[in-house]
Design a binder for this molecule. Structure first.
Ligand SMILES: [Zn+2]
Ligand SMILES: [Zn+2]
Length: 239
């Protein structure tokens, strides 16, 4: 089995340690056929890419594509899911720069409605079991997939509990890949087992924050193996 693409890598444009070129070189060294650069959406208060820098990233990716024709370099973004209506931090000014969109829930994202949003972040952070937050988190992920053209839903259920069956059903309906993330614990083995009978499509992501970890899927592969996920369901794997 070969994993031929890594769509989830971060660079110094957000909280990664390497440049785009360093991630590309690392991907070539690991014989990947496709490398995706996918830094954090601009509404992440800690390390979102500054809105005006996406244009520069696009330019850099295009230059590097000419320099390294042996690999396909794509520009994505890991948008923040901002509320339970499924709003994400993308707009028409920047949408044109990306080859694909990913979206995930992150603590540091700026809520669209401050009181409700901060309460959601806080309750998720302290991990109080709270059915209201679980429902809110689930609606957030489901509506994000329904209201946006998202290629990959990153680490579903990380940092905020969700009803994974509902999320999985919405992913099928909207043709969205659910990520098995090598850097975070989700999808967990438990989650994978729960949705195993559904026709879900997965993708493995390194979520690398250093060039060395580009193409490092070890922990994700382990969980996929343990849950006995059929590899034909994994978008970036082939025999
Ligand atoms: Zn993330
Ligand atoms: Zn990430």
């Amino acid at each position: 089995m070969k994993i031929f693409a890594d769509y989830h890598t971060h660079t110094i444009y957000s909280d990664g340690k390497g440049t785009i070129e360093e991630n590309v070189k690392a991907a070539i060294a690991k014989n990947l056929e496709i490398i995706g650069i996918s830094d954090h959406g601009y509404k992440h208060m800690g390390f979102g890419v500054k809105h005006h820098l996406f244009e520069k990233m696009r330019y850099e990716v295009d230059l590097l594509s000419e320099k390294y024709p042996q690999i396909k370099i794509m520009l994505g973004v890991e948008c923040n899911i901002l509320d339970d209506r499924g709003n994400i931090d993308i707009d028409d000014k920047i949408l044109k720069y990306f080859d694909y969109l990913m979206a995930g829930y992150h603590f540091g994202s700026a809520p669209t409605k401050w009181v409700r949003g901060i309460r959601n972040h806080f309750n998720n952070y302290v991990r109080t079991f709270n059915k209201f937050e679980k429902d809110y988190n689930t609606r957030a992920l489901v509506n994000a997939m329904k209201n946006n053209d998202i290629f990959i839903l990153t680490h579903p259920g990380d940092k905020g509990e969700v009803d994974i069956m509902e999320v999985a059903e919405a992913s099928i309906e909207t043709n969205t890949l659910l990520e098995i993330n090598a850097h975070h614990k989700n999808l967990t083995i438990d989650q994978l087992l729960k949705i195993k009978t559904l026709d879900v499509k997965y993708v493995l992501g390194s979520d690398s924050h250093t060039p060395e970890n580009v193409g490092n899927f070890d922990l994700a592969i382990q969980r996929a193996l343990e849950a006995e996920i059929d590899f034909s369901r994994i978008y970036n794997a082939r025999r």
